[in-house]
Design a binder for this molecule. Structure first.
Ligand SMILES: [Zn+2]
Length: 247
């Protein structure tokens, strides 16, 4: 009799545990998916979207997203100040609108999607695709005030510009066709200042083009405890899409 009671209790506990686990999982995934349809309107939204996505990613990707992309020990205020570093000073969408009003661009949330060039890896950025596959058509502008920290060729990124915002976030613009005239490492730039043109450079030795369609790869990084951490640029782009002070 006792044995049967024990088994019965075990069964109930197991059942409740399962229900609780799946409700939690469902909640997290639902919240993550909800966020995908929204755009942040404030630093609080921005912070919540990043955190919920990181939690959802940790479920979906077997903790990989979690480990690589957020500082594990941070909670509450620390998260807030981390994301505030990015939020402060973002003013302009990184691609200037077509002055002729003909061509357009579009982007999806492809952060952490699988990429294979140079070995299996995760996509540390967001691709802004052009409706016209023409190098140099779209102008790329700085999203914030800042300082040009890196320029030149990278096998993966092609011709790239890296700008450190005044608040301390690192914005990475890759696959460029060309740089703005006279732009140099160490230059101070203003939000909305042209830094180059959209292209398809990269995936090979210097000068390689045409390995993929013309687009801007936009990445955002923070230095946390001396380690470079990728943050999803998608929410920033969603915000800037409707709040950009650029033309
Ligand atoms: Zn990319």
């Amino acid at each position: 009799m006792k044995k049967r009671m024990f088994a019965y209790r075990l069964y109930i506990i197991g059942l409740l545990g399962c229900i609780l686990f799946f409700s939690l999982l469902n909640g997290v995934l639902y919240f993550g998916l909800q966020c995908k349809r929204e755009r942040p309107k404030s630093i609080e939204d921005f912070c919540n979207m990043n955190i919920s996505e990181n939690i959802a990613a940790s479920f979906c990707k077997g903790m990989k997203g979690w480990k690589r992309n957020i500082a594990k020990t941070m909670i509450g205020e620390e998260y807030f100040s981390m994301y505030e570093t990015i939020w402060k000073g973002i003013e302009c969408f990184p691609v200037a609108k077509d002055e002729k009003g003909i061509e357009t661009f579009a982007f999806d949330n492809s952060w952490l999607a699988e990429r294979t060039y140079g070995g299996k890896r995760q996509h540390e950025g967001c691709d802004i695709m052009s409706s016209i596959n023409e190098r140099g058509y779209f102008q790329i502008v700085s999203v914030s005030d800042g300082t040009v920290e890196k320029m030149g060729w990278l096998d993966k990124g092609g011709y790239r510009v890296g700008i450190r915002s005044d608040a301390g976030a690192y914005f990475y613009y890759a696959h460029l066709y060309g740089y703005a005239k006279n732009l140099q490492i160490g230059d101070k730039v203003k939000a909305g200042q042209i830094i180059g043109t959209m292209g398809d450079s990269g995936y090979g030795s210097e000068g390689t083009v045409g390995k993929f369609p013309v687009h801007l790869h936009f990445g955002v990084y923070l230095d946390i405890d001396g380690e470079e951490q990728s943050v999803n640029p998608y929410w920033i782009l969603k915000y800037l899409e409707s709040n950009s002070s650029a033309r």
